[in-house]
Design a binder for this molecule. Structure first.
Ligand code: GLC
Length: 659
């Protein structure tokens, strides 16, 4: 095997040299490519070998891979090549405390890409260094799952603008210090994508791009272990297409019937998708959000998520991209259980070889759980049970995103703090849908599954945190509490470690938007409740602190400024959850050579006390001060306790003890 491999790689090395000589005029460019090839190709090869060495297309795959890598590099603009070098010199760029992101649908924010260009001052004013533009590649016509059913990965959704608008916007964002993230739906394509059209037209090579079955035998066998992602509007995981094959075939459709899962057991699919990733990176995209990655490999008898092969697929892509366009990093969209989730950041042998960032879904879910129960124990316990991640990959921390909240809380963690998992999850759904007596929230149930009793939740941050109800009741105390809840959630995710993301409109307290029910393409999907069009009238009030929008804006601005002035919040530091001896108060220590910060978050509406001894044990011995509100540190010296106001979050600093 070893000899086969070395003869393969030495043949490849020769092929690379020929291709480089043919396609790259500048000898320096060739040298740079070679250095990167020597550094990263083994990781690419190892991933591919694990997956495809037995496949008849294996030698062809390697040859085509070499060709595509060199031609993508030859097409890369000089400005981006310089950007690559800058990022290689500063490989921790995404981990620094200055990183703060925002998430926007282009049409909801400003109509079109040109509209975003006109509103770039708003993003700058907020202080963002990272902008996630929600799906903007050409989706299918009609219902398209918010753009996640892509018909053409090389075209911009024409309703949003042109490719040159996008390149102009991303260049502009970058020159203004903002990195650009876009979505790439890697698990499936729209059924109108050219590959699917060719499959439907009877081309067997393209039929093999998808997972299709002549009868129900295998689909039924798989279904026994498969969950349903959209049990409500897209039950089951397979759809019958009578025009496929000779007599019709079942197509694997994890999501909607119009989203066809790709067959990554076919190496050509991996290669074609790599070509797309390279193409997007060459447009100047800094972060590729790989959508629905856990689903990319199927195995009978499992839930077909998080299979080890997915990590091989990612590793091979990651390494290939590092040879051509190292400025571009990967964000994993893996909304899965904590032990599975951390794998995507690269553990053990895969350290530094997978995605640089991944959504911290667990933290998001547990924060909402903590707010509803006013308790920190489940949050603390679950965080303590999460495997540590390596310092060169980090989290995306967030409070809300465009998707629903699924209560991904394990029964084991719940049991460890004396909770019943299923009951607690039911409580959370009842709380956030507003059914539970005394609930402050105004969300809606998304995808009730009568078999599992699972009820996920839709809703904007402000509505879930109580602002909508408080405003409807014109209740100033409730308004104040809602603002504090929003402030607490964001203060925790800003300090936790990783890139914090502000969901569009949260900086102004935008509420649920029910208008989607009038659009037939959206009406059955209440995730549109929390995808409102930007309220520019509200945004115009942002500098007026007497308005609600102004207060929230100021709160967010101040969090951003303080975070950016605190280099110790660099993600390479450790994040260590602690027990505060106070069930209502979350405690997280951030440890970095530049400083130690203790985050304390009071999840309850009542003031709470934390013993100074807890703070001392966390390593802060004297000169305590609160980075978030320097004047707001209430120490009761008599009882030797810190008093936290309702929903207050502190980032405590001070003299540290010698460790
Ligand atoms: C991701 C997206 C979600 C979409 C799904 C299918 O989870 O965030 O909005 O429905 O993928 O593409």
């Amino acid at each position: 095997m070893q000899t086969v491999q070395s003869s393969l790689t030495s043949n490849l090395s020769g092929l690379f040299d020929t291709l480089l000589a043919q396609q790259l005029a500048n000898p320096r460019d060739r040298d740079i490519f070679r250095v990167r090839w020597q550094r990263h190709f083994n990781d690419c090869f190892a991933g591919l070998q694990a997956l495809y060495a037995q496949h008849p297309a294996w030698p062809a795959l390697l040859e085509q891979l070499a060709q595509r890598l060199v031609s993508a590099y030859a097409q890369r603009r000089d400005a981006l090549k310089i950007h690559d070098l800058a990022r290689e010199i500063e490989p921790d760029w995404f981990a620094q405390a200055r990183m703060v992101g925002g998430i926007y649908y282009v049409d909801r924010l400003a109509g079109t890409l040109r509209g975003v260009i006109e509103h770039i001052d708003y993003l700058q004013d907020l202080g963002l260094t990272y902008v996630h533009l929600m799906p903007l590649l050409q989706p299918r016509y009609g219902p398209n799952d918010g753009g996640y059913a892509v018909q053409d990965y090389r075209a911009i959704n024409h309703e949003l603008g042109s490719m040159s608008d996008f390149v102009e916007l991303s260049d502009l964002l970058r020159t203004n210090g903002m990195s650009v993230c876009i979505d790439v739906v890697v698990n499936h394509t729209a059924k109108e994508h050219e590959w699917a059209l060719k499959a439907r037209a009877g081309d067997p090579a393209y039929l093999d791009y998808y997972l299709t079955f002549a009868d129900r035998n295998l689909p039924d066998a798989y279904e026994q272990h498969l969950p349903e992602v959209f049990p409500d509007f897209a039950p089951g995981n397979f759809t019958w297409y009578p025009e496929l094959g000779e007599h019709g075939r079942w197509v694997w459709t994890t999501f909607n019937e119009f989203q066809w899962d790709l067959n990554y057991a076919n190496p050509m699919v991996w290669l074609e998708m790599l070509d797309i990733l390279l193409h997007l990176a060459n447009l100047g995209v800094d972060v590729l959000r790989l959508d629905a990655v856990p689903f990319m490999w199927k195995r009978l008898g499992t839930n077909c998520q998080n299979q080890p092969e997915v990590l091989d697929l990612l590793q091979a892509w990651r390494a290939a991209m590092r040879i051509v366009c190292p400025a571009t990093i990967f964000k994993a969209e893996a909304i899965v259980a904590p032990d599975d989730l951390v794998q995507y950041l690269g553990l053990g042998q895969r350290t530094g070889k997978l995605c640089e960032i991944a959504y911290h879904n667990s933290l998001m879910v547990l924060l909402w759980s903590g707010l509803a129960s006013q308790r920190a124990d489940l949050l603390t316990q679950s965080l303590l049970n999460m495997p540590a991640t390596a310092g060169n990959a980090t989290w995306i921390t967030y409070v809300r995103c465009h998707d629903d909240i699924g209560w991904a809380i394990t029964d084991q963690n719940a049991a460890l703090v004396g909770e019943d998992g299923p009951l607690h999850r039911q409580f959370l759904s009842a709380w956030y849908s507003g059914e539970f007596t005394g609930s402050f929230a105004r969300g809606e149930v998304f995808q009730y599954n009568p078999i599992t009793n699972d009820r996920r939740i839709s809703g904007m941050t402000a509505s879930l945190a109580g602002l909508e109800q408080a405003l409807a009741n014109a209740d100033p105390t409730a308004i104040e509490l809602a603002i504090r809840r929003i402030g607490l959630l964001y203060a925790v995710i800003f300090g936790f470690g990783g890139i914090p993301l502000i969901y569009m409109g949260d900086e102004l307290g935008m509420l649920n938007d029910h208008s989607y029910v009038h659009d037939p393409c959206k009406a059955n999907d209440n995730r549109w409740l929390h995808r409102p069009a930007m309220n520019w009238a509200l945004a115009a009030q942002r500098h007026d602190p007497t308005t609600l929008a102004g207060r929230l804006w100021q709160m967010m601005r101040s969090l951003i400024t303080i975070r950016q002035q605190t280099p110790a919040l660099h993600s390479a530091g450790q994040t260590i959850p602690i027990w505060t001896q106070q069930r209502h108060v979350l405690g997280v220590i951030r440890v970095h050579p530049l400083g130690r910060i203790l985050i304390l978050g009071n999840l309850s509406a009542e003031p709470q006390r934390v013993a100074l001894s807890v703070i001392h044990e966390a390593g802060l011995v004297s000169n305590l001060h609160n980075l978030l509100e320097p004047a707001q540190l209430n120490i009761d010296f008599q009882s030797a306790e810190i008093v936290l106001d309702s929903y207050q979050c502190c980032w405590l600093c001070g003299q540290t003890k010698n460790f």
